[in-house]
Each structure stands twice: as structure tokens, then as C-alpha cells.
Design a protein around this ligand. Structure first.
Ligand SMILES: C[S@@+](CC[C@H](N)C(=O)[O-])C[C@H]1O[C@@H](n2cnc3c(N)ncnc32)[C@H](O)[C@@H]1O
Length: 363
């Protein structure tokens, strides 16, 4: 059976691409030498020399047999006697990195568990214990438990809305859970662009690896320029790499096309950043509201602006938040309209996760 030989961190990307094009074969992904994976192809897949494969090799190999349906069935016999509820019921996969939270009693068996998981999921290169999010950069504390090829790094790539995003869950915040919000942002900006009558300059001072951008930049005529940044230098490295790959083939020459590693609250002191944006995204959920007064000077004066952000707030304060936001805009010299602060479903905590937005006329 024909398989596409891909580097392990590209497995998810190629699986999705082949699936979307109707080229994916019915068997599982093969584990090949030198950290490569074999993605099964069916007869509809173009010939090996086609440019769509971007130079990757094709190999002929027997299809992967159907094995156990769950990784628990691959545990050593003595551990299979433990009840299913003993083991983690969920985990997250980012590219070829699997992240799993471990209860205390599972820790002594972490290595056997990680090996079973890797055996079950050939696209996983490394299994890490996720010890939770830390510090201002909101980065997870990851402890590698097992690695297929001995590598310990967590740089990898994920697919979101048909785009490849370079991520590193051990160094930079990225959450697939917000992908729906990013679609909503894209829709909001299309409406705002119509209203403004010209392409937008978008500022995202808490951009992380930049997941808000690919949808916006791909849409010709929606965005004319961007200001992107983060305080975490590792985030800025990946953000730069991602923006380069998303804009490389664009017919638009984005201006500005600025990427900075700076505290967002100090952007206003920089001539290149102050007064340049039509749209501002504010994604620092624990502090978004507190940072807003320092961010308003980034909007272009005397033009219409769109503010959109996310915050984690006390549920009891939700009712007063529109008035608070409008008060902050007015204090900065703007007139807010169409302001909303709405709870985002699916984040079940005692506090609530909200998206806020306001269209601002700057006099
Ligand atoms: C919740 S994450 C959001 C990242 C990205 N927008 C996303 O949706 O994936 C917040 C980001 O803000 C960055 N950050 C924290 N404090 C900052 C500050 N004062 N100025 C700029 N960036 C900051 C963190 O490093 C982190 O990448």
C-alpha cells in the first residue's frame, strides 16, 4: 500500500490535508525509521511526483493492522487489572506532543502509560505530564515522560482552520479551544471593514504564536497591515515564523508589518506603534480590563476603531461590565457603540470567560 513519508511533527498536517482531498487510505499511520511516519494513501491520491506532495517521498508498505481500540489495552497485563477510572480520561494532542494531567496515584505508572499511548498513536512523538499553567506568559509546566526518538523538545505544528501554526506548548501559550472565537473575530472584522470602507490595520499586542492572524491575512482586501507582539521572547520567535509563512504568498504587501517583543502597556510610548491601528485585539484574560487604558492610544485618532478582547471575570460582575467598558472608552476620549460583554460557553468555572467588543468613534 502506498504511504506518504512525512516528518513526525507534520503528521497531523498531512493527515488533514489528505483527508480533506479524499486521498486518505483506510488503514492507520505507520511508524517509520528516523522519526518519520507513513500516511496511508488511497487510489485517488495524485502520483508521487505531483507538486502537491512538496517533494516528500512515497513508500510501498503493508497497511497497519487494526489493533486495540484504546491505549489502555496496550498497558502491561498487570496494569490492565486496574479500573478504567484509575487512568486519565482525557489528554490533549498538539502536533506530535501529547499533554496529559496525572493524578498522584497514576504517577508511578506514568512511563508504562506513556509507552501505551505512543504505541496506540503513531503520530505522537513525546508524551508530557502537564503540571498546569504558570506565570504571566501562561505557559504550561511540562515534564517529558517518554519520547519515541529520544528528543525532549516540544516544538511542533498544529492545523487550525486549514492553516499550519508552529507552536511549542512547553514555551508559549496556545489553546485550540479558542479557535471558534478566532472565526468570530474574522466575521466581526469583515463587518467592520465594510463599515469603514477600507482595509484594516490590526494590532494584537498579546498575540502569542499569532493564531488570530491567518484567517484575517488570507482574506484579500480585509487587512492592510498588522502590529503583533508578545512579552514572551519564545512567543515572538514563533509569531515571526508563523507570520512569514502566512504572508509569503500573499498578493498584499502588508504595511505596517511590525512584530515586537514588548510589554503591551509600553507600546503607546513608541512612535511606530502609537496611533496606528483600526482594530485592537486584547487577549490577556486575567488582566485585559486593567490594561485597556494603556492600549487606547494605539488606535488611529479621528477614525473609527474596533476593540475586541477576552477576559475572565467574576460572574457577579458581568452585569456591570458594559457600563464599565463604555466608561473606560469615554474616559479615553472615544464614543462607544454596539458594546457587548458576553459569556463564552464551554468554559465551566465559577468565574466566567467573556468576549467583549466595542466600536469606537474617536473625536
Ligand atoms: C492568553 S495568551 C493569548 C495568546 C494568543 N493571543 C492566543 O490566543 O493564543 C496571553 C499572551 O500574552 C502575553 N503577555 C503577558 N503579559 C504581557 C504583556 N504585559 N504585554 C504583552 N504580552 C503579554 C503572554 O506571553 C501570552 O502569550
Amino acid at each position: 500500500m502506498r504511504h506518504l513519508s512525512v516528518p513526525s511533527d507534520q503528521t497531523q498536517v498531512w493527515l488533514e490535508r489528505c483527508k480533506a482531498n479524499g486521498w486518505l487510505g483506510g488503514s492507520g499511520v505507520l511508524s517509520l525509521d528516523e522519526g518519520r511516519r507513513g500516511v496511508p494513501l488511497n487510489d485517488n491520491a495524485p502520483a508521487g511526483e505531483d507538486a502537491c506532495w512538496e517533494g516528500l517521498d512515497h513508500i510501498d508498505a503493508p497497511p497497519r493492522e487494526n489493533g486495540p481500540r484504546h491505549w489502555r489495552e496496550r498497558l502491561p497485563g498487570e496494569l490492565q487489572t486496574l479500573p478504567d477510572s484509575f487512568w486519565p480520561s482525557s489528554y490533549e494532542v498538539q502536533g506530535d506532543v501529547l499533554l496529559v494531567k496525572l493524578e498522584e496515584e497514576v504517577r508511578p505508572h506514568a512511563s508504562a502509560m506513556a509507552k501505551a499511548m505512543m504505541e496506540q498513536m503513531p503520530s505522537v512523538r513525546i508524551v508530557c505530564a502537564d503540571e498546569g499553567v504558570q506565570g504571566d506568559f501562561r505557559v504550561r509546566d511540562l515534564r517529558p515522560i517518554a519520547s519515541r526518538d529520544g528528543s525532549q523538545h516540544t516544538t511542533t505544528a498544529v492545523r487550525e482552520h486549514e492553516f499550519t501554526i508552529h507552536v511549542d506548548p512547553g514555551e508559549v501559550y496556545y489553546s485550540a479551544r479558542l479557535s471558534k472565537q478566532r472565526l468570530n473575530t474574522y466575521e466581526s472584522l469583515q463587518g467592520f471593514r465594510e463599515r469603514l470602507g477600507s482595509p484594516l490595520v490590526v494590532a494584537d499586542p498579546y498575540a502569542g504564536v499569532g493564531p488570530a492572524f491567518p484567517l484575517l491575512l488570507k482574506h484579500e482586501g480585509l487587512v492592510s497591515g498588522y502590529l503583533a507582539g508578545d512579552l514572551n521572547p519564545k512567543a515572538v520567535e514563533l509569531l515571526t515564523k508563523n507570520l512569514e509563512s502566512w504572508t509569503r504568498k500573499s498578493p498584499t504587501t502588508f504595511s505596517p508589518s511590525t512584530v515586537v517583543c514588548k510589554d503591551a502597556r509600553t507600546w503607546k510610548e513608541d512612535e511606530e506603534l502609537r496611533g496606528k491601528a483600526n482594530v485592537m485585539l486584547v487577549n490577556l484574560p486575567h488582566d485585559s480590563f486593567e490594561h485597556l487604558p494603556d492600549l487606547f492610544p494605539l488606535f488611529i485618532p479621528s477614525e473609527l476603531g474596533l476593540l475586541r478582547g477576552w477576559a475572565i471575570i467574576e460572574r457577579t460582575s458581568l452585569d456591570g461590565r458594559v457600563a464599565q467598558l463604555e466608561g473606560m472608552v469615554e474616559a479615553a476620549g472615544g464614543t462607544p457603540t454596539q458594546t457587548f460583554v458576553s459569556e463564552v460557553k464551554g468554559f465551566s468555572t465559577t468565574r466566567c470567560f467573556v468576549v467583549f467588543q466595542s466600536t469606537i468613534t474617536w473625536d
